[in-house]
Design a protein around this ligand. Structure first.
Ligand code: NDP
Length: 333
């Protein structure tokens, strides 16, 4: 039976990716909610969604099975709690909340309500990252020692709103991009971050003290060290993800992106080879796993717990940058 979805948030990500991804998986979008009645009506009209409403109660009362939450980061917590109380499955955008404690509440609320909860960390659904994870599990690079994440991009003008100027909404490159690095590192390495040291930068785009660049180092439980570089301000850096082990290196390029693109080179004593990469749409894979989890088959691609753990690393990065010292990553889920 088709899953009936309600969209909480008339967002860019819903319009550009998630509406199509839900429909590609046979999901039905029954209603969309915006805080602005006209924006709700307009997105409903433009995307053939039967109802555009301007209150959470109306959305939760419209007979939906699941909600996709893609409002600004400060609203995810209250909306998840309300949806869970109403018995709806919740696929929530990252970061789950502005605080790790708040994110934990969200997971607990969904667990208590017996509904499925997922975090929409898309990058672990990329063929490139899945291929790197499989190569590591297969022992193709020996023991992983180091990882490097290149995720310094240029925030497109149409997204230069709350992300760069509204601390209260959860602005900043760390909550926007580093949290994705955290999830991707955790997924590819199959490891958990323990401690971070980082510096943030104000490179001219962020306002109100909002950071728009960051570099840092993470120590993982296995001893792996990872570097990350994230920004809103660089137009030509390109993206990448590398893991270097005792017997080989995995070099991913153009893989920190929303599109199913990018390549992964494996370099060992045997020479160089490009790993085969599937080109499945990242967001469609997310929804497929979520639908299966609702049916009781497996788990969401990134669970609520994954959202908590990845946020915990991002929170430690912010604390390290603010205090000038290395900070332990909260291990509690
Ligand atoms: P947007 O800025 O597009 O939308 C966020 C909110 O802004 C909307 O919910 C909407 O409020 C409000 N809004 C939208 N258009 C307007 C407008 N014209 N005037 C005033 N307010 C407006 O955010 P994004 O889509 O970029 O991000 C939403 C969430 O998704 C964030 O949590 C972000 O971190 C996450 N995200 C995740 C990605 C991923 O790949 N996993 C990628 C991009 C974002 P209302 O609903 O009340 O209308």
């Amino acid at each position: 039976m088709s899953v009936r979805w309600g969209l909480i948030g008339a967002s860019t990500i819903a319009r550009e990716w998630m509406i199509d991804a839900i429909r590609a998986n046979g999901g039905e979008i029954a209603a969309v909610m915006s805080s602005d009645a006209e924006r709700a009506r307009s997105i409903a009209r433009d995307h053939d969604i039967p109802a555009g409403v301007d209150s959470l109660d109306a959305l939760l009362g419209s007979g939906v099975d699941a909600v996709y939450i893609s409002t600004t980061n400060d609203l995810h917590h209250a909306q998840t709690l309300a949806a869970a109380r109403a018995g709806k499955h919740v696929l929530c955008e990252k970061p789950l909340d502005l605080t790790v404690a708040g994110a934990r509440d969200m997971v607990a609320a969904c667990r208590e309500a017996g509904v499925t909860m997922g975090t929409n960390h898309h990058l672990r659904n990329a063929g490139t990252h899945r291929a790197m994870r499989e190569a590591i599990v297969a022992g193709r690079i020996g023991k992983p020692l180091f990882a490097r994440v290149f995720h310094a991009v240029y925030l497109p003008p149409h997204l230069q709103g709350w992300r760069i100027a509204s601390p209260g909404a959860g602005a900043g490159v760390v909550m926007d991009i580093t949290v994705h690095d955290a999830d991707t590192l955790r997924f590819v390495l199959g490891d958990e971050p323990v401690e971070v040291a980082a510096f943030t930068q104000h490179g001219g785009m962020g306002a109100q003290g909002v950071e728009d660049g960051v570099m840092g180092t993470v120590r993982f439980a296995s001893g792996v060290l990872a570097q990350f570089h994230d920004a809103f301000t660089t137009q030509y850096a390109g993206t990448g993800f590398e893991v270097h082990g005792t017997e080989g290196s995995l070099i991913g390029r153009d893989c920190m992106t929303q599109k199913p693109v990018g390549e992964v080179l494996l370099r060992t004593a045997a020479g160089e080879e490009h790993l085969p990469i599937d080109r499945v749409n990242l967001y469609e894979r997310s929804v497929a796993a979520f639908h299966a989890a609702i049916r009781g088959e497996g788990r969401p691609a990134a669970t609520g717990e994954d959202g908590v753990r990845s946020l915990a690393m991002a929170a430690a990065v912010l604390e390290s940058a603010a205090t000038g010292r290395a900070v332990g990553v909260d291990p509690q889920i």
